[in-house]
Design a protein around this ligand. Structure first.
Ligand code: ADP
Ligand code: MG
Length: 314
């Protein structure tokens, strides 16, 4: 394994949250209904993601940790549509190159599972192992072989804060899936699965004050907004999703704040649009996006926000 490979891996894997994200995306792709994430020291020491998804067939597991061996992309149209969440076919290989990796998996076609261990991109060891249906991926000692990179990790608390935020965002994006997050052996967040999005928002924001909702469409964008108006606060907290993916976007924020009434409180914004209206590939590991018709999106969000502001007046 060359230094170049490790550095390439560092492009995909920046910090513990990148690992958590990639593993959760794989679990979602596998059709899981329950995903549990456990970290020790904010993921600096250990990250475990366990799911009840379809599992990895025994003969496929060694391939799954090889770069580009099993990309879900079969054509360039796929790349544009991004039908599945994972699409670069290099997440596991990248994680394997910069950590001590342990994967146990079993499909519902097999009576026993398979167990793979790998250190710093070295040759994988594969054994048979009894385990339940689904996949458990454990990533220990991230960047143990890339000390310069390890120095850039933040404190356990700061890394945990990012992980918590992203697990919460995934739980809002996938209300039908149950998510559990544990830190240093203690459960710190949990959703039940099989619920509506607003139920997940309640578990995140609390029942009170009431959560208002509105939806509408403009041009190619259809938008649903949820607002928990907190009259005392001026802070505007926005969680936005485009076609199911969490995004950071200035247009949406600006549109929410553009009305006359103050928009303080918690906002969630769900945007659906044909895939070619949005470029999510600006950077594979980042959450910025480009909208082809940003003006329409602005108007759709502004109108929805304005209608709710009106309704919430005394
Ligand atoms: P990609 O997701 O782009 O295909 P990854 O490196 O993330 O690439 O994963 C490689 C392959 O390993 C996947 O294509 C999938 O076949 C398999 N895999 C990884 N994680 C899981 C999981 N949790 N459940 C089932 N299969 C998985
Ligand atoms: Mg993937």
């Amino acid at each position: 394994q060359t230094v170049a490979m490790r550095i390439a891996a560092g492009e995909v894997v920046e910090r513990p949250i990148s690992v958590v994200k990639e593993l959760m995306e794989n679990s979602l792709d596998a059709g899981s209904s329950r995903i549990s994430v456990s970290v020790i020291q904010g993921g600096r020491l250990s990250i475990v993601v366990e799911d009840d998804g379809c599992g990895i067939p025994r003969e496929d597991l060694p391939l799954a940790v090889e770069r580009h061996a099993t990309s879900k992309i079969s054509s360039i149209e796929d790349l544009e549509a991004i039908a599945t969440l994972g699409y670069r076919g290099e997440a596991l290989a990248s994680v394997a190159a910069v950590s001590r990796l342990d994967i146990r998996s079993r499909t519902n076609q097999e009576d026993s599972g398979v167990w793979l261990r790998m250190e710093g991109g070295g040759p994988p060891k594969v054994d048979e192992q009894n385990c339940r249906i689904g996949t458990r991926v454990q990533v220990d000692d991230l960047f143990f072989n890339l000390p310069a990179r390890r120095k850039f990790l933040k404190s356990a608390r700061a890394e945990l804060r990012r992980i918590t935020k992203v697990v919460q965002e995934f739980s809002v994006a996938y209300p039908s899936v149950a998510f559990i997050l544990s830190s240093d052996g203690k459960k710190i967040y949990e959703t039940q699965g099989g619920r509506d999005r607003v139920d997940v928002l309640k578990s995140l924001w609390g029942d009170e004050p009431e959560i208002l909702t509105s939806s509408g469409a403009r041009g190619p964008y259809s938008v649903t907004l949820w607002w928990q108006r907190i009259s005392k606060v001026s802070r505007v907290s926005v969680m936005a999703f485009v076609n199911g993916r969490r995004v950071e976007d200035g247009t949406i924020r600006a549109a929410i704040s553009s009305g006359e009434t103050h928009p303080g409180g918690n906002w969630a914004v769900w945007v659906e649009t044909p895939p070619d209206e949005v470029d999510v590939n600006v950077h594979p590991a980042k959450t910025e996006v480009l909208f082809r018709h940003g003006g329409d999106l602005f108007a759709a969000v502004r109108d929805g926000a304005t209608s709710m502001k009106g309704r919430s007046l005394p």
